[in-house]
Write a protein that binds this ligand. Sequence first.
Ligand SMILES: Cc1cc2nc3c(=O)[nH]c(=O)nc-3n(C[C@H](O)[C@H](O)[C@H](O)COP(=O)(O)OP(=O)(O)OC[C@H]3O[C@@H](n4cnc5c(N)ncnc54)[C@H](O)[C@@H]3O)c2cc1C
Length: 341
Amino acid sequence: MQENKSDVIIIGAGPCGLFAVFELGLLGLKSIVIDILDRPGGQCAELYPEKPIYDIPSRPKVTGKELTDSLMEQIKPFGPKMYFSQRADSLIKLPNGNWKIITDLGEELEAPVICIAGGGGSFTPKKPRINNIDTFENKSLFYSVREIDKFNGKDLVIAGGGDSALDWVLALNEKVNSIHLVHRRPDFRAMNDTVEKIRVLEKEGKLTIHVAEIDKLNGVNGQLESVTLKNKLQDNAYKVDCNFMLAFYGLTMKLGPIAAWGINMDKNRILVDTEKFQTSEKGIFCIGDMCSYPGKLNLILSGFHEAALMAHGCFNLARPDEKLRFEYTTTSKNLQNKLVG
Ligand SMILES: Cc1cc2nc3c(=O)[nH]c(=O)nc-3n(C[C@H](O)[C@H](O)[C@H](O)COP(=O)(O)OP(=O)(O)OC[C@H]3O[C@@H](n4cnc5c(N)ncnc54)[C@H](O)[C@@H]3O)c2cc1C
């Protein structure tokens, strides 16, 4: 199968999208996954990575990050192609009956089945209130990292105090010429282990940390030359030279382009049947927080159940010439070979 073609395109790498890869994989169906975030896990990874979840069957206590890591481990045998930092923007019905998804980066992906696992919507960055910020956006100021090599040998300012800001400091510090982390408080809202690594970098002189806010962006034609920082308590402003800035001020969830795809909806949620989790459009399925049906509960375990029924429900559309065989992982040699090789 070509790289940009698959049996199923899953929109959303939250827990339900990830488990869908597994359920589809058991039936021999290949998946492509797209998420606007730069990492898997959806709400678990973004909103509560360190908080324990107590109602995942057979896991008495598991954090959002641990659950995401386990799901990634579980789907490894099926090697899904994952497109991160990209939003599924348009949906087009092709003459051959397949669906095409075009992302905001212009990636074109094709499959007979689409599974929307978009949760509460695509995570959208909160913008800081800084004059003339629009001039610099997507030229030298970014809210996510899409091309790591862009920053090679450059002077970089990263603003924010959460996991995203700190993880990108760790990922980019070896590549850049200089790196400055700007956060309005001296303490960070990130995993302990990450904060410890940040402190080590600072001690080694590889990172400068500023307890301040970004007051002004300075440059010409959208190209940053410096940022002006201000510490409200000390009331002193000063400039830090830079070519690029990454801003991580948190995320909100917005339904986004899916709302315009012509699928029947009810209050920002997609209506599905509870046999296959198919929407009003043949070949478009929806599971997890984004689907709506009588009695729907926004729980991860509900999304897992929906993923299993969706996988069985879409099989005939993905593989019209094959017969679906129901097998147990405990007793099927075929499934065990797929899972453990
Ligand atoms: C604070 C908090 C605590 C919670 N505690 C629990 C709990 O204890 N137990 C429990 O069962 N549930 C809990 N939940 C709910 C649980 O997190 C959700 O039910 C679950 O995350 C839904 O999974 P999902 O895969 O459907 O969607 P999400 O986790 O929301 O993931 C959807 C993903 O789709 C992406 N996406 C959407 N649209 C697009 C697009 N157009 N293009 C690209 N990507 C897109 C989003 O960026 C996101 O990453 C909690 C939620 C919160 C906020």
